[in-house]
Design a protein around this ligand. Structure first.
Ligand code: ADP
Ligand code: TRP
Length: 331
């Protein structure tokens, strides 16, 4: 049977979205939604967030922030589905069914679990079973393509294994095998040059503006080349961030300023490059910022959109779950 490509990805609501999230994930999600109308399913992974967030208000805020961010950035919820993971409780039932065919050994090999525990997170059952819930997320919607960052590839491979275990255990091809897809996104450096990440406190939020944005951009770490001297075009954080907003021609022009340490006969230094970057960020997200403000002022509109999407997702999940229940003798 030739099934259509079905795209699925989950986003954890664990903090303010930043430029790394935008260029590393959200931009591709929106592009995929344009390329595969009605076949993209994105959810806000609030069940997963419970492995680390134990603050109801923070969780609710995080969920709304992601919904508003995707909507403001242009994800069209008539053509793509964006929903709360916990609005589809069927996924937790599938988690149990998968748990019963999955060996402990598979989960014990999960890098993300080992890393989190090594970093001091309490080894709860939830944290340990995280990949089973993630497999259920993927399999319950019959997903074929899962766009993720490198750190999540192993989890998608585990979902492939779990689909096979289930189908073999019950002798029926009930669950579709998903493939992962790495985003072709650039590595976005943070203010200090490490990978931009909430965990490193080095982010530029997508919707930062005005003085806050100016201050953040001003704090990007550079070397100490004096004003008027040639600036390095390799390994410079300002240029790496600026590149994300420039077309080919503009990149060459700015590299010219860097190499000369001058623009139109006047000295050009990091301060000028930072000013260009601040202006680009500000302009790039101006329309989305305005849409975000409007959405934040009308939370009902956001809730209604999420609810409509959730009922589509739930209908799809129930069909898969009914087949799984049938296959394993639960009815
Ligand atoms: P964080 O590191 O801030 O906790 P997440 O791990 O929640 O971010 O990342 C969510 C998505 O954004 C993932 O798909 C990840 O690959 C992408 N992403 C996050 N930071 C970056 C970055 N600095 N460069 C490129 N992609 C990133
Ligand atoms: N674990 C993913 C992350 O931390 C989020 C996630 C949960 C997910 N379920 C998923 C991603 C299913 C893709 C598919 O980024």
């Amino acid at each position: 049977m030739n099934l259509p490509t079905r795209v699925l990805s989950g986003i954890q609501p664990t903090g303010e979205m930043h430029l790394g999230n935008y260029f590393g994930a959200i931009q591709q999600h929106i592009a995929l939604a344009d390329a595969h109308p009605h076949e993209c399913w994105y959810f806000i992974a609030d069940y997963h967030a419970l492995t680390t967030v134990h603050d109801a208000e923070a969780l609710r805020r995080g969920v709304r922030e992601i919904a508003v961010t995707y909507m403001a950035l242009g994800l069209d919820l008539e053509r793509a589905t964006l929903f709360r993971q916990s609005d589809v409780p069927e996924v937790t039932e599938l988690t149990w069914l998968l748990s019963c065919v999955t060996g402990m050994g598979l989960l014990e090999r999960a890098h993300a679990y080992k890393d989190k525990v090594a970093n001091g997170l309490r080894a709860s059952m939830g944290l340990f079973c995280y990949p089973v819930l993630m497999a259920a997320d993927i399999l319950v919607y019959g997903s074929s393509l899962v766009p993720v960052g490198k750190d999540q590839v192993q989890h998608v491979e585990m979902a492939q294994d779990m689909a096979t275990y289930f189908n073999e255990a019950f002798g029926r091809p009930v669950l579709r095998r998903p493939e992962w897809q790495l985003s072709r996104a650039p590595y976005v450096p943070g203010l200090d040059g490490q990978k931009m990440s909430k965990s490193y406190g080095n982010t530029i939020p997508i919707f930062a503006s005005g003085k806050t944005l100016k201050k953040l951009v001003g704090s990007i770490v550079t070397d100490s080349t004096p004003l008027g001297q040639p600036l390095p075009t390799e390994r410079d954080n300002v240029l790496a961030l600026l590149d994300l907003f420039l077309d080919e021609g503009e990149r060459e022009t700015v590299r010219g300023y860097y190499r000369a340490g001058a623009r139109d006969g006047a000295p050009f230094g990091y301060g000028h490059a930072k000013m260009m970057l601040g202006e680009r960020i500000d302009a790039h997200f101006a329309a989305a910022r305005a849409r975000r403000e409007a959405l934040l002022a009308d939370p009902q509109q956001v809730d209604d959109a999420l609810a409509r999407c959730a009922s589509r997702a739930r209908a799809l999940a129930s069909e898969t779950l009914a087949r799984c229940r049938e296959a394993c003798g639960l009815r």
